[in-house]
Design a protein around this ligand. Structure first.
Ligand SMILES: [Zn+2]
Length: 129
């Protein structure tokens, strides 16, 4: 399952790192990427953005991140793996089609990088490997 890069990833930190650890890491990276020392100020911009965001919004960001991680985890736990499916292409959009094992309705969805699909009728989640 594809996971979006978090602000912690950008800074090379573990999720939910302490504010003091974030400041320390940011200072290290700032020295490393300082425009006077290298040509990589472009690389430094996302680091600066992530640092500023965490500095100002850490509490709500951590709460949202924790919820996202829990949601992704529980969906994967409940998803059934599907082996029997068809892939079709319409107007250069790829669709996956299979039968819902729970309510027997046909599920036809545009493919996505997470490979997770839910039934519109009964909301059951499936994962296509
Ligand atoms: Zn269903």
């Amino acid at each position: 399952m594809e996971v979006k890069k978090t602000h912690y990833d950008v800074l090379g930190l573990e999720p939910f790192s302490e504010a003091s650890a974030i400041r320390k890491k940011y200072r290290e990276l700032a020295l490393l990427h300082h425009p006077d020392k290298s040509q990589s100020s472009e690389e430094f911009l996302p680091i600066q953005d992530s640092y500023t965001y965490l500095r100002d919004h850490k509490e709500e960001y951590d709460r949202d991140l924790r919820n996202d991680m829990l949601a992704a985890y529980s969906v994967e736990q409940e998803a059934d793996e599907i082996d029997d499916y068809d892939i079709t292409v319409e107007d250069s959009i790829q669709f996956v089609t299979f039968e819902c094992t729970q309510c027997c309705s046909e599920i036809s969805k545009e493919t996505n990088p997470s490979s997770l699909y839910n039934c519109d009728i009964c909301s059951k989640f499936y994962i296509i490997k």
